[in-house]
Structures are given as structure tokens and as C-alpha cells.
Ligand binder design. Sequence first.
Ligand code: NAD
Length: 343
Amino acid sequence: MKEILIKAEHEYAVCVGANWRETVTEISKNYSKVLILAPRVIVEALGLKSLESKSLAIFTLPEGEDQKSAKTLEEIWSHCAQISLTRKDVIVAIGGGATTDIGGFAAATWLRGIDWYAIPTTVAGMVDAAIGGKTGMNTPAGKNLVGAFYSPNSVCIDFSLLKTLPKREIQAGMAEVIKCGFISDPQILELVIDYEANIEELIERSIQVKADVVSVDFKEGKLREILNYGHTLGHAIEKRENYKWRHGEAISIGLVFAAELGQICAGLDREIVDRHRSILTRFDLPVTYQKMAFEELLGYMSNDKKSRNSKLRFIAISKLGEPVWLEEVTSDQIALAYERICT
Ligand SMILES: NC(=O)c1ccc[n+]([C@@H]2O[C@H](COP(=O)([O-])OP(=O)(O)OC[C@H]3O[C@@H](n4cnc5c(N)ncnc54)[C@H](O)[C@@H]3O)[C@@H](O)[C@H]2O)c1
């Protein structure tokens, strides 16, 4: 097992190659009451109900984005009250990014904050959602607009949890891994060629990239923005698709668009732009989008919470592993980059 340390409001470890069962046993020894939150698919796959006892309760969450709702959060709080979860007790979130987001937010809000542990079970959860302390939920006003920076006590990365993960989820998660390769660790771009053999190293390297960034800039001052490579257009596509696409699928198109912008505005080599396309398509991820959607996407990008002073800003790269902040992109440049990713 390898520990990757993250410096946030407190320092904590991401335990790469840990065992989820041993982690839960260890947590149970240190707290008088444990509340495990997990979606049904995980409750069943891991046989979590067999762990239930006087001091360990299981709360089954809905699947996917449905769990990141006010309704689910209220149900979790009611359950916390029902089992008398005190400030000295603990929440353990076992699931994908949606579960660690809502589990962490439940921990942040119950009794104004109790300890929590994250055990991510998707590639996206392991390399992204469970790392970096952002927790939250969706509201009718938008996705992830309500939340808290509230880091877990530790994150357990157990690769065996990926065995039951559908192929589409693995492929979507790879978009974030590939992003880490382009912005910071080009070795990742070699290792993805044989991703099945290298999946553990790929996940570990991607966690290291995010850990290094958030340890310097926990609350998204500037450096952390590099993690948004591909996300400005990606978020707009997710919205236009009514969040029916997997996050990584939208990010995949966003990455190619950001690469084209990098070529236009920051002199990125054409060969590296094309490398985005060739690597992402290996995972059956989309790299083009509809021409007629441009105006609508522009509108969504302008409303994105990450745009400042109504100016569109983008993260691009000028070379492999060298992110740049594009603050003054003209509408012609945006249109040209979009033209290049159109079907
Ligand atoms: N907090 C952050 O910094 C951050 C970063 C990125 C994404 N996110 C959030 O993460 C969420 C997306 O995460 P995700 O892609 O992991 O999706 P998800 O949590 O919705 O999981 C995807 C699906 O896979 C199922 N699943 C999970 N693990 C499984 C396993 N091992 N075997 C079989 N099925 C399994 C889930 O029940 C769900 O139906 C979004 O809500 C997004 O906003 C948060």
C-alpha cells in the first residue's frame, strides 16, 4: 500500500492499494458508531448488510445523480437522528463520485460536521471526486451549486472494487486520467496504451497529480483551475445533454476543444492536439459534437460558475504538462476551435 498525503484544512492520506473491508474494520474500532452510506448496487455487490450491528448501520442510497438531492440528504439526516449519530461518530461513504459527494456533505452538515471516510468505487471517484475535499449536492438551481470544502479523514483506494464496474464507467473515468496526463504527467499517456495492465499505476499517478495541485491550492484560487482542462466546454455539453451523458464523455470532447484552443492561442503542436483524439477514441470516448449546438453551448459556458466577469476563460496547454490560462480568447478563436471539433 502507498500513502499519498494531501494538505487541506487538515492533512490526510489517500491509501492506494488498501483493502476496503480492513479499512471499515479499523474505522469501527476507533468510533462507537459507524454509518455507512452506499448505493444499492454497492450494498449488494459487497454484501454490506452482513456487517450491520448495534454499532454499524447501513443506509442505502439511490443510484447516480438521484442521491445528490435535498430529499436524499434529508433522509440521511433523519437516519442520523434515528440511530443517534453523535459528533464523535463517523460516516463512511462507499460508492462513486455521487456517493462520496453527498456522503461528505452529509458529514459536513450533520451536527455542524463529523468525521468521514471515502471509499470510492469508480475510476472517476478514485482519481477525482473523492480527492480534493469538494463535497456537495444538486439543486433545481444547478448541479453542484450547494456544497462544502470538507475533507475526509482518509481515502481508501481498493482496486478490487472496480471488478463490478461497467465498461462504460471505466472508459468515462479514463477521460480524467488522460486529462492528468496532458496537464501534468505525460507518462500517463504512454501507460494508457495498455490500460488494463497499467490501471493501478494510472490511478495512482492521477491521484498524485490532483493531490499535488489541491495541496497547494485547496480552495481553487488559481492553480487548481488546471484541473478544469477540458471542463468549460465539457460542462456545457453535459448541461445540453441534460446530464444523461457520463461526465467523462462530455469532458472528452472538451479536452479536444481545449487542445485546439491551445493550438490556436498558445502554439500547441498539431501532433499533440491529434494525440488527444487518438488516445480518447481508444476508449470509445466521443471527440466531436454537433455544429448547430455552438450558440447554445456558448450561452451555457458564459453562465458557468467558473467564468469570471462574464469573460470566458479557458485552461489550455502550450506543451505536454504545461498548462496555460487563456484569459483573453476572442469569439473568432472560440468559433475556430469549435469548427475543428464539429461533425
Ligand atoms: N467532488 C469533486 O471534486 C468531484 C469531481 C468530479 C466529479 N464529481 C461528482 O461525481 C459524480 C460522478 O461520479 P461517478 O462517475 O463515479 O458516478 P456515480 O457515482 O454516479 O457512479 C456511476 C454509477 O456506477 C455505479 N457504481 C459505482 N461503483 C460501482 C461498482 N464498483 N460496480 C458497479 N457499479 C458501480 C453507481 O451506483 C452509479 O450508478 C458527479 O455527481 C460529479 O458531480 C465530484
